[in-house]
Design a protein around this ligand. Structure first.
Ligand code: SAH
Length: 226
C-alpha cells in the first residue's frame, strides 16, 4: 500500500497515522459505545488519511466530518462505525452502500463483508473513489456512478444496505433489494438540520420492521426517490 506512515504537521512535528488511528478508535469509537470487534478492527485498518484531501491529512483522526470534492463530506468516523455496527454484519455478506463519497466507508465495509457495491451520484467522486480503492487493493469494492435511490439491481438482493445521505423517506427500490432478514440503515428526515437514523429489517416478501436508532445529521440524498 502507498500509505505514508508519517507526515509533517505545519509545526514540523511528525504525525504517526497508525498510532493516531489506534487512538481514535479507542477514544472516539470504542469509548462511545461501539462494541462490535469486526467494526473496531476494520476501523483500525483503513488509512482514513488517504481518503481526505491532502491538505487536511493532519486532521484525518479528529473525529469529525471533513470536506471532500463536490461540496460533499467524508463522514465522521464515529458515525461510520455506528452505522456499520447497526447493519449487524457477521462477515462474508454482500453489502450495498449509497453515497460512496471518498470511498472511506466502503473500505471499512470491505474489511468485513465479502463484497461491497457502492453507488455515487457525482461522477468525479465516483471515479476518484474507484481509483483510490483499486490502488489500495480493496478489490472487493465495486463503484457505480448513478442514482443510488434506485439501488443497484444487477447485484441485488443484499444482506445489508447503508445510505450515507439523508432523505425524507426510505426509497422503495432499496427496500426491495434487501434479502429477507436483511437490514437497511438510513438517515430519514426532510429537515436538513437533523434526521433520525432508521434501521429497516425485511421480515418477509412484503413486511418490514422499522427502528429508530439515533439522531444524526447528513448531507442530502438527491435523486428520483430522494
Ligand atoms: N460514505 C462517504 C460519505 C459521503 S457523503 C464517505 O465515506 O466518504 C454522502 C455522499 O452521498 C455524497 O458523496 C453525495 O454525492 C452522495 N449522494 C447523495 N445522493 C445520492 C444518490 N441519490 N445516489 C448516490 N449518491 C448520492
Amino acid at each position: 500500500m502507498g500509505s505514508p506512515v508519517s507526515n509533517k504537521a505545519p509545526s514540523g512535528e511528525r504525525i504517526s497515522f497508525p498510532s493516531l488511528r489506534r487512538q481514535m478508535v479507542e477514544h472516539h469509537i470504542a469509548a462511545r459505545g461501539v462494541r462490535d470487534e469486526l467494526v473496531l478492527d476494520a476501523m483500525r485498518k483503513v488509512p482514513r488519511e488517504l481518503f481526505v484531501p491532502e491538505k487536511l491529512r493532519e486532521f484525518a483522526y479528529e473525529d469529525a466530518p471533513l470536506p471532500i470534492a463536490g461540496e460533499q463530506t467524508i463522514s465522521q468516523p464515529y458515525i461510520v462505525a455506528f452505522m456499520i455496527e447497526a447493519l449487524l454484519l457477521k462477515g462474508n455478506e454482500k453489502v450495498l452502500e449509497i453515497g460512496a463519497g471518498s470511498g472511506y466507508a466502503a473500505a471499512v465495509l470491505s474489511e468485513i463483508a465479502a463484497d461491497v457495491y457502492t453507488v455515487e451520484r457525482l461522477g468525479p467522486l465516483a471515479e476518484r473513489a474507484a481509483a483510490l480503492l483499486a490502488e489500495l487493493g480493496y478489490d472487493n469494492v465495486h463503484v457505480l456512478h448513478g442514482d443510488g435511490t434506485k439501488g443497484w439491481r444487477e447485484h441485488a438482493p443484499y444482506d445489508a444496505i447503508v445510505v450515507a445521505a439523508g432523505g425524507p423517506q426510505v426509497p422503495e427500490a432499496l427496500k426491495r433489494q434487501l434479502k429477507i432478514g436483511g437490514r437497511l440503515v438510513i438517515p430519514i428526515g426532510a429537515d436538513f438540520r437533523g434526521q433520525e437514523l432508521v434501521r429497516v429489517t425485511r421480515i418477509s416478501a412484503d413486511e418490514y420492521r422499522d427502528e429508530d436508532i439515533a439522531d444524526v445529521r447528513f448531507v442530502p440524498l438527491i435523486g428520483e426517490e430522494g
